[in-house]
Design a binder for this molecule. Structure first.
Ligand code: ZN
Length: 319
């Protein structure tokens, strides 16, 4: 190639790359060949890691101990979205910050809403967004589906399907991982069921900071007596009337203990417990995995830890 020809080639290359950049170049696989995947919160991140195994690099936005309802994404989170092939979200209003972040990042990643197709519970969703706020249909379902291990199995299948679609070369590995993990989730579900039914039915009563355990209660035979906040922690605060009604409900139900959560403040719960004369038990990991050392760093460990905390507190005959 002549000197002039090389210049022309370089100029064309620059133009082509310029056009690609202008149109938003598709994200490339990482140098190690793994699929770049972004997951909105820690619990779902663990499910995706279990299915994706060595073929994905998972970036979790709202990490362990972080409340997704009130999460504030950073510029690094936007950059992670821009570089992702796949994004997994819970949906149902659990990530109120995601749509804006996705748009702003210029991401072309395929979005998978893992709760699609699950049997949903209508939410005790608040007026937290205020009059004239977003009261759309999406906000009327409870997003906390993962507290049923049966739902986690369905979510695992959705994760597998999305990974297979994006990366068919590794389909067999994703299928094998999903099958092995689903078997562990089934064992978890059976174990929780057995432990819960060993607790007398009249003791299976839950009070938590926010309304996060409806799917758990429905699946494992508990009653949610009341919660300080509705199905989000976002800007919500109970009225004096609601507060008094909850104190009365706690007294009337005769629950020995109420449960603090890892990603929600416990000031109001402590007040309720003090007024009702019951104990506050720490800590359930509800909307986020536990921090390192908590014993709840994975989904399965989180569920086991929660169940043990609940049955120990409610099963204690001395309370
Ligand atoms: Zn929540």
């Amino acid at each position: 190639m002549s000197h002039r020809g090389r210049h022309l080639a370089a100029a064309l290359t620059a133009i082509v790359f310029g056009l690609l950049a202008a149109c938003g170049a598709p994200a490339q696989p990482e140098a190690n060949g793994r699929e770049p995947v972004v997951v909105t919160f820690s619990v779902l991140g663990d499910l995706v890691r279990n299915v994706g195994g060595d073929y994905v690099t998972v970036t979790v936005l709202a990490g362990g101990g972080v409340d997704s309802h009130t999460f504030s994404p950073s510029a690094a989170d936007g950059a992670a979205l821009a570089g992702a092939h796949l994004v997994f979200e819970n949906g149902l209003g659990f990530e109120p910050w995601l749509d804006d972040l996705y748009r702003a990042s210029g991401s072309h990643a395929a979005l998978t809403v893992v709760t699609e197709g699950l049997p949903l519970i209508t939410a005790n969703w608040p007026t937290a967004r205020g009059a004239g706020g977003d009261q759309s249909g999406l906000q009327s379902y409870d997003p906390h589906v993962w507290h049923s291990a049966a739902n986690a199995i369905t979510m695992t299948q959705k994760i597998r399907d999305a990974l297979v679609l994006a990366d068919p070369a590794n389909a067999a590995a994703y299928a094998a991982n999903a099958e092995a993990y689903s078997a562990r989730l089934q064992a978890l579900d059976d174990w929780i069921m057995a432990q819960a039914s060993a607790l007398p039915a009249e003791r299976r009563k839950l009070v938590t900071t926010h309304d996060t355990l409806a799917y758990f209660a429905q699946r494992y035979g508990f009653e949610v007596v009341g919660t300080v906040l509705p199905a989000t922690t976002e800007g919500a605060s109970p009225s004096a009337q609601d507060f008094a009604a909850l104190v009365e409900a706690v007294r009337a139900a005769g629950v020995p203990a109420v449960f603090a959560e890892n990603a929600s403040g416990d000031r109001l719960l402590n007040q309720i417990a003090a007024e009702a004369g019951v104990e506050v038990v720490a800590t359930l990991c509800t909307d986020a995995l536990g921090l390192p050392g908590s014993g709840a760093e994975t989904y399965i460990d989180m569920m086991r830890s929660n169940l043990t905390t609940i049955t120990t507190a409610l099963g204690d005959e001395s309370r």
